[in-house]
Write a protein that binds this ligand. Structure first.
Ligand SMILES: [Zn+2]
Length: 243
């Protein structure tokens, strides 16, 4: 997109870089350092026909981030398409590095999973923000992506094929034997629902790890050999200290 503006971005485009996991951007900044909306146009990591973010953060953070990137791109007099592929997880407690730092990463993240109704809201928010490549990354199941397509059916002019399997907004519940469940066969019910977690001893937010290291730090170097016992012990000790 930068080309119309008479400028060329250096290096590989952002999709290639995202594929490589080299760029991590939340609303807090690049892992490698702070960023401003202008960075979306100026930073050597950025630029291309499509500008956006992928993974590491929840839909709210990603949409907010792309809005900032769009501001930066437009302020620079450039044009681009915008994309977002957030997690299918609620991560309001993330710090700069995203869900990697959450204590539940990677094997106990399920309590944070988005409902299909959360995805409806995400798709609408993303669309309203000017994002037209609206997808998902870690945690997305087929019914989540169907929810994106269903929310945007008025804009697209058709429903996805998978909508044949169910009625929109719980319409199939009209057939339910229990009348109080039949009463849920409507959009307003699901749209305004505040789902409970069912976990009375759990806090709503976790305390993320924050080791303060990022790409390039010696602790992040990968080696061919398996981590040794003493190396593991050092990591365990450091983790114990930071808790
Ligand atoms: Zn992902």
């Amino acid at each position: 997109g930068g080309r119309e503006g008479g400028r060329r971005f250096k290096g590989r485009n952002i999709l290639e870089r995202l594929e490589a996991g080299e760029v991590i951007i939340g609303d807090g900044g690049f892992v490698a350092g702070p960023w401003t909306p202008e960075a979306a146009a100026e930073h050597p990591e950025a630029g291309a026909d499509i500008v956006g973010v992928n993974c590491h953060f929840d839909p709210e953070t990603c949409v907010k981030t792309v809005k900032l990137m769009k501001e930066g791109v437009e302020k620079a007099g450039l044009k681009a398409h915008y994309m977002s592929q957030p997690l299918a997880l609620h991560t309001p407690d993330c710090n700069r590095q995203g869900f990697i730092d959450l204590p539940e990463f990677p094997f106990a993240l399920e309590p944070r999973v988005l409902t299909r109704w959360d995805v409806h809201r995400y798709a609408r928010d993303a669309y309203n923000a000017g994002i037209r490549y609206i997808g998902g990354c870690c945690g997305y199941e087929p019914y989540h992506i169907r929810a994106v397509a269903e929310e945007l059916a008025p804009e697209r002019g058709f429903l996805p094929p998978a909508s044949e399997k169910h009625g929109s907004w719980g319409a199939g519940l009209e057939m339910h034997t229990k009348p109080w469940v039949r009463a849920r066969a409507r959009r307003e019910y699901w749209e305004t629902l505040k789902p409970a977690s069912g976990r009375p001893f759990c806090a709503a937010m976790s305390k993320p790890d924050c080791w303060g290291i990022s790409r390039g730090h010696a602790d992040l170097m990968q080696t061919k050999e398996a981590t040794s016992e003493p190396q593991l012990k050092a990591v365990f000790d450091k983790a114990a200290q930071s808790q």
